[in-house]
Design a protein around this ligand. Structure first.
Ligand SMILES: C[S@@+](CC[C@H](N)C(=O)[O-])C[C@H]1O[C@@H](n2cnc3c(N)ncnc32)[C@H](O)[C@@H]1O
Length: 341
């Protein structure tokens, strides 16, 4: 590719290619498809693009199998020094075989997004990122979390819904806590006073997923590895030692749910990565959720978690409500006053 300051000096070949291109692009010059590939290839080569670029360009203008196109795109991107994973992602995006994807729109969003992270990019201006209250709560949570990446959009959903729920009467509940990142974010954002008259229940095995709750597909997933979920029972106790309103309930959901001693729930976050305990947690707490209480399902829209999504949708249907899929992939339910009946 030409470097900065390079000047393309059109020789006879380039001029000829330009003339051919102009002739072929002239409206009404020829009916039907316009064969412009040859001249464009000449121009690209003359401009210093690698030979694969012109081959690629030809493929783009001709019907080509997506796999061929992907391979060529990858080659061009690789040859231009781009990281292989990034090259793969770009190639996959540009050759997606879906009517639902407008690649131009995707690129527009990606180029204007200031916080593309955690599978979420948006042109929305995330003004809340600069809010010290959010930044402080997020930093505090990140200090104890096992997220392994930034998840600010998802945490924003949780803290803002928790703020709304803080106006309701009832306990807060999280099922699927791990070292406590998302629960801590909510506590830090609301402040201890919000829990003066309520308990924040934290349900988890604190030893990872329960293998006999997983179906065959899930068994193969990376989730059950001990590496991802080491025993954090002591860690989590230490992480919430300064929060007397936090009640840690260790063990397998749904069996441990009867240790809930409240009668009303104002906020419910479900994040156990497995359909069975999530469905049972929803069924268990539904009658106790006060009108307006949010229920957030962390994994709901993530493609590998489709089993949870379909199982939760089925229960929601039975309850007469619908789960909203957020762009963060979280699912959101608001308890209606009549319980959905
Ligand atoms: C993705 S992690 C939760 C992450 C946490 N919400 C955060 O963001 O900081 C999933 C958790 O669900 C727990 N879990 C999975 N199945 C469970 C079950 N049946 N009963 C209790 N906990 C379970 C695992 O031990 C793990 O800690």
């Amino acid at each position: 590719m030409s470097g900065e300051g390079d000047v393309l000096e059109p020789g006879g070949e380039v001029q000829e290619a330009l003339a051919q291109l102009a002739a072929r692009l002239r409206p009404n010059n020829r009916p039907g498809p316009v064969p412009i590939i040859g001249p464009i290839r000449t121009l690209l080569v003359a401009a210093g693009y690698p030979p694969e670029a012109s081959t690629l360009f030809s493929s783009l203008l001709q019907p080509a199998k997506p796999s061929d196109l992907r391979a060529q795109l990858r080659l061009v991107l690789d040859n231009n020094g781009l990281d292989r994973r990034f090259a793969n992602d770009i190639a996959a995006m540009l050759t997606r075989d879906s009517d639902e994807i407008d690649v131009g729109e995707l690129l527009r969003i990606a180029s204007r997004s200031s916080t593309a992270e955690d599978s979420c990019a948006s042109v929305a201006a995330p003004s809340w990122l600069a809010d010290p209250r959010f930044a402080g709560a997020y930093a505090e949570a990140k200090g104890i979390a096992a997220w392994g990446r930034e998840i600010r959009w998802r945490v924003q959903t949780l803290v803002k819904l928790a703020a709304a729920a803080s106006h309701l009467e009832g306990d807060f509940v999280e099922c699927g806590v791990d070292t406590g990142g998302t629960a801590r974010a909510v506590m830090a954002y609301l402040g201890d006073d919000a829990f003066a008259d309520r308990t924040f229940y934290l349900f988890d095995t604190f030893r990872g997923l329960v293998s006999d709750q997983l179906d065959a597909d899930h068994q193969e997933g990376e989730h059950i590895s001990d590496e991802r979920y080491p025993d954090v029972s002591e860690v989590v106790r230490a992480n919430f030692a300064d929060k007397p309103f936090a009640r840690i309930v260790q063990g397998t959901v749904p069996e441990t749910l009867d240790q809930f001693e409240g009668s009303r729930v104002a906020y419910l976050h479900i994040d156990m990565n497995v359909a069975h305990p999530e469905v049972e947690a929803l069924r268990f707490f539904w009658p106790m959720l006060v009108p307006g209480a949010p229920v957030v399902f962390d994994d709901y829209g993530f493609p590998p978690h489709h089993l949870q999504r379909t199982a939760l949708d089925e229960v929601a249907r039975e309850l007469g409500v619908e789960i909203m899929m957020l762009p963060t992939c979280q699912g959101l339910l608001i308890r209606p006053p009549d319980g959905g009946a």
